[in-house]
Design a protein around this ligand. Sequence first.
Ligand code: ADP
Ligand code: XUL
Length: 519
Amino acid sequence: MPLYLGIDSSTQSMTGVVIDTDSGSMIAETSINFDEHFGSAYGVTNGVVDLGQGVVHSYPLMWIDALEALFEALKRDGCALGEIAAIAGSGQQHGTVYLNASAADTLSGLEPGMPLSQQLQGIFSRKTAPIWMDSSTAQQCREIEEGVGGSNRLLNLTGNTAFERFSGPQIRKFYQDEPEAYEQTAYTGLVSSYVASVLVGKLVSVDVGDASGTNMMDIRSKTWSPSALDATAPGLSDRLTPVTASGSPAGTIHPYFVAAHGFSSDCTVLPFSGDNPCSLIGLGLVESGHVALSLGTSDTLFACMAEPRVSTEGEGCVFASPDDAHYMALICYMNGSLAREAVRDQFGLDWGGFTAALETSLPGNDGKMMLPFFDPEIVPNVGAGVVRRHLEEEDAAGNIRAVIEAQAVSSHIHSRWMGLDITSLYVTGGASANEEILKVFANVHGCPVHRFETTNAAGLGAAIRAYHGHQPSISWPDACGPFCQPVAGSTIQPDPSTRSTYDDLIEAYSAFEREHVAS
Ligand code: ADP
Ligand code: XUL
């Protein structure tokens, strides 16, 4: 019975998804929440440390503690780790990890009998990793764009204008702010390649899917772009390994994991990719046209494309798909679940109360609106939190509906650059468990919303990538087929009677956003 494991190293948790390809079923899904397990040891809230002024970091060592806790939890749940034929993974995108010259030897020499995090604590040239929520690099974005000859040049070269959260601007800021620590950095990786490196016991390359989110990869040749690297930091090419195809195995698992956790010594490890690229696979988007929505810590809307169509206004981005053939178009909102939680908590509600409030309010919210940027926002680009209410602050149901309608309408407005006729939406992410939220997205986009067995498409996509990497002769549609079917009877249909209300709201919200957010 061949089993495949997908590991999702996300903002708030480390999740394992195990699939059995004989029965075509998901046999385990287990999550280690960072705050719950390591909140006091590492001082994280929602998995991160907010250092102020847009600086948001996390701890690479904590992710490894969570990885070991995940393996123990999977075993407790009865999962036979020794039967896993291959592992692939998914990482929160863009976050950068900085390792010193001792890393390579430490990784290869891992010994059973001592927790990994104790053995790894000396390998970092920077103890923390800036993650995708960090919006402190506006200056570095401009410098990199200028360095390559302007924002259009960077867009044409890498598929993306410079974004604050992308890895290149973050690396440049580190080089500028901490030149000595940058000098001590022998290897710069991403969350994805770092976790894979620990599993294999050697420095593993960044895959094409995650390298697309760095502002440093040539989107056509899928190799590091020398001019983008030069514009980012001196000597950077010496601190990177070449970009790898997502489907080309990174190696076999290090003997540490055989001795400490019972893996088979010939378990193959595939490169990890970004969480959104993995969700593309986990939702079965391996042919161009279909569109998906992920309602996790960030909210993202994305689609599979045959060619890299770019967003000239910087609303969205383009990544290479980890199927090594297609591309994905994506828009990303920082104010996803944490904005929904902010409003929920303002009224002292749980998700049940939040959902009841949505049920009692009407589509269009009687004209009440909110710009729900509790934190800086990516699209539209807002440097510091901006919350504008066109309603009473004490109106619980009005505020709750206003947040959800703002998020759904914004995803409609800012996805136009993708040039797609959105005829259905596939959903994933923690908040996709909430049917009332999904109804709003179905009505605003005027299309059915399909739900899946797991709300963690990134972890499932990683498991499918492990399967495909281990059995490359299977086609992608066949690899995804059994695992990526919407749950029968769970589709949410749009209510046509809300169409004109939402057409009006799309107009009104666009104007409201333009009024309060300088372009
Ligand atoms: P990530 O993978 O980005 O760490 P997840 O996809 O696991 O995040 O989503 C976690 C979020 O899901 C939580 O922060 C929470 O706000 C949200 N969530 C969980 N259950 C519900 C629910 N019933 N309604 C709305 N949101 C929910
Ligand atoms: C995508 C992005 C976020 C993170 C969340 O560009 O920044 O969706 O990948 O984990």
